[in-house]
Design a protein around this ligand. Structure first.
Ligand SMILES: [Fe+2]
Length: 238
């Protein structure tokens, strides 16, 4: 898959505007201020628990490992979001990675908690490449706390081969734990901090108590398309 910014993003946007959305499209081109600067998603530390051995299955369904029939334990969460640049333009072909503890607070990392409690059915890590609408989707569990931290999900976002963001999302319902969390508190700007706190809501109509959560990601970079073209050419020739 082509893994850089599209050099023809403008024409993509142009072509994608049809019918009822045409008006919005024309406004986009004539009123540049309409999509004013989005609040850039603050970065947070990757921490020490990025898997030291990636699972054999790295897809976007963290509940089921390969062909196993036993799902992971935990509150099933459909985690979605969109990856944008600061102008609100979709960032296609971005690779979104997540990793988090299982329902017992154990990471997929040899030093990430009590190995005897590891939920062997939880994938712990997943990847997804954004498509035309720059959306990502994971099926995972609602994260639980582990000593010293409020519940969170780690994110890393790559554009091409470059990691452009490492961050974490927290859960809105955990106000007390969030308020005590040193790493979260270190983001001094209130709006920036709040942008990492996500509502985990019941999925309408779910008979098994599934949740949905949406975490949009705004990358604080302006794509340097010449540079990316160069990278692409290097890849082709190398
Ligand atoms: Fe963590």
């Amino acid at each position: 898959m082509k893994s850089s910014w599209s050099p023809s993003r403008r024409s993509f946007i142009g072509k994608s505007i049809v019918g009822a959305t045409a008006l919005v499209g024309s406004e986009f081109f004539t009123r540049p201020g309409l999509f004013a600067q989005e609040l850039v998603t603050p970065s947070m530390t990757e921490g020490p628990f990025y898997p030291d051995r990636l699972p054999l299955d790295t897809d976007n369904d963290l509940l089921v490992l390969n062909n196993s029939i036993t799902p992971a334990v935990g509150e099933i969460t459909h985690l979605t979001g969109k990856v944008m640049d600061q102008k609100g333009n979709p960032v296609r072909n971005a690779r979104v990675e997540i990793w988090q503890v299982d329902n017992n607070g154990v990471y997929l990392h040899s030093k990430g908690g009590d190995r005897t409690k590891l939920d062997k059915n939880f994938q712990g890590f997943g990847r997804f490449a954004t498509g035309l609408k720059a959306e990502y989707y994971f099926r995972t569990i609602k994260p639980v706390a582990y000593p010293g931290r409020t519940p969170h999900i780690h994110f890393a976002v790559y554009v091409g081969d470059r990691k452009v963001l490492s961050t974490q999302c927290m859960i809105k319902g955990n106000a007390d734990q969030n308020a005590r969390d040193g790493l979260l508190r270190s983001i001094r700007d209130e709006k920036a901090r709040q942008s990492l706190i996500v509502d985990f809501q019941p999925l309408a109509g779910s008979k098994i108590g599934e949740l949905t959560a949406n975490f949009d990601i705004v990358l604080g970079l302006t794509p340097n398309e010449d540079q990316l073209k160069e990278q692409e050419n290097e890849r082709k020739s190398g």
